[in-house]
Design a protein around this ligand. Structure first.
Ligand SMILES: [Zn+2]
Length: 184
């Protein structure tokens, strides 16, 4: 299976869940697309409200009741939170040996909100820190919301944006249109 096929399968599984925001995280080690939990890992399709640890965004860094604080708090049970934690747990306790490359694809039907974009960035930084400079690390976000790569909206009266702005049109190898964002 190619990486694009895995992403395409993931989008099908996500859309099978119906309405709502869903994510699945694929972890590809040494370029081999195999999710047997030894050679690589794939999380469940996770919906909003899943909870779990919010390792990648520390509320304490923000002034209480600032916009950043409130949006971080409001998003603390977003689907990305549980997915990133699950992938991180596998990378740190399930993966054996030292890989030469770690590629993570965060797949979703809607792009990450601003605080989840911060979480995904912190997740990438944590992988780089964990594995060191000799390991090639790549984190990509792929989603297929309609019309535009970024949607402006409000959550509990606080403005936020789902997805990354101004991404070029892209598609998977089977023609599925997607937005792709390379996290740096
Ligand atoms: Zn979010």
């Amino acid at each position: 299976m190619t990486r694009d096929q895995a992403v395409s399968n993931s989008l099908v599984a996500i859309h099978d869940r119906g309405d709502g925001l869903y994510n699945q995280v694929l972890v590809i080690i040494n370029g081999v697309v195999n999710f047997d939990e030894v050679a690589g890992y794939c999380t469940q399709v996770v919906g909003a409200g899943s909870g779990g640890s919010d390792t990648f965004l520390n509320l304490a860094q923000y002034q209480k009741d600032s916009i950043e604080y409130n949006e971080a708090r409001l998003s603390g049970r977003d689907s990305e939170v549980a997915c990133l934690q699950d992938a991180w747990d596998w990378l740190t306790t399930g993966l054996t040996g030292t890989p030469h490359s770690v590629a993570v694809v965060v797949v979703g039907n809607i792009g990450p909100c601003i605080p989840c974009q911060r979480r995904i960035k912190a997740f990438r930084d944590a992988i780089v820190h964990r594995f060191g400079a000799d390991v090639q690390v790549e984190v990509e976000v792929i989603y297929d919301q309609d019309d535009a790569s970024a949607w402006d909206t409000e959550r509990s009266n606080i403005p936020t944006t789902y997805g990354y702005r101004d991404l070029p049109d892209s598609s998977l190898s089977d023609g599925t249109p997607v937005w792709r964002y390379q996290v740096t």
